[in-house]
Design a protein around this ligand. Structure first.
Ligand code: PTJ
Length: 248
């Protein structure tokens, strides 16, 4: 069943995003738990006013700079990410020369293949994380611990949008620079990552693409300055202030 969302509905965009998740669920990309995770994100999006804040824009710039500066940047893709923005993830990977790796919390062979297919349909090159990986992240018990030797294992910068706190902390503990997108500025992931973009992934990835295209033409010292001046803690505090001070 496809529902007809009236374009003048005050929350039409949010309802459209929901439908992407539902379609992803029906296509075998998203797990039922992913719908719950989306509901949590949606609640924070509502509180943040459903638009990209200046704080998120600053974080997106630092995130793209980090990917461009990295020797071996990797973008980790889960079911929700594939359902919401496969095309944009692929575009970002091309601009930043980042490797794409599928990494699932609720890992099944069928989902790995469905997500790989979705990425390839959107012109992804090599997609790692599909075959059983030998490498693993110490400390982690979940299926997320399995990583590819040529992907997350050897990465210096890992972009893990919509991630769980355990893996974010574990990746930081093994010395990776971790970038995330999370609408919840209080989540463990948001706090543990070095760079957190507090925005809906639907808006945040296009923002990162714009920043990356622009920053790619700049010299390394400009990018390094952007990264050095970024302070995740105060950026998160700014998002919390936005929620607190929102009038309507
Ligand atoms: O596909 P799998 O098997 O790897 O599973 C993916 C999910 C998302 C189910 C899994 O990683 C999970 O359970 O995630 P969590 O721990 O619920 O964390 C997801 C975080 O993403 C939460 O803090 C949400 O607020 C946030 N979030 C959800 N939807 C969005 C979002 N942030 C930005 N944009 C969204 N659209």
């Amino acid at each position: 069943m496809t529902i007809n969302i009236p374009p003048n509905h005050p929350r039409a965009k949010s309802l459209h995003i929901r439908e992407l998740l539902v379609a992803g669920f029906k296509d075998g990309l998203v797990v039922p738990e992913g719908l719950i995770a989306h509901g949590r994100g949606e609640a924070f999006d509502y509180l943040l006013g459903e638009h990209t804040s200046e704080a998120a824009r600053v974080a997106a710039k630092a995130a793209s700079s980090t990917l461009l500066l990295a020797d071996h940047p990797v973008i980790s893709v889960n079911g929700n990410v594939a359902a919401l923005c496969a095309k944009e993830i692929v575009e970002l990977s091309h601009i930043t020369d980042a490797v794409i790796e599928v990494n699932l919390f609720y890992r099944t062979r069928q989902r790995e293949i469905a997500i790989e297919r979705e990425l390839k349909k959107n012109k992804a090159g090599i997609v790692l994380g599909i075959k059983k990986s030998k490498a693993s992240i110490p400390e982690l018990q979940s299926e997320r611990r399995r990583v590819d030797h040529n992907g997350i294992y050897k990465a210096d910068a890992v972009f893990v949008p919509l991630e769980d706190g355990d893996r974010t902390e574990a990746l930081v503990n093994i010395g990776k620079t971790v970038i995330t997108i999370d609408l919840n500025p209080l989540s463990r992931t948001a706090k543990a990552a070095q760079i957190t973009v507090v925005d809906n992934i639907i808006r945040a990835i296009p923002e990162m693409i714009i920043a990356a295209k622009h920053l790619k033409m700049k010299d390394k010292s400009t990018l390094k300055k952007i990264v050095e001046e970024f302070d995740n803690k105060s950026n998160l505090a700014e998002s919390l202030r936005l929620i607190r001070d929102r009038k309507r």
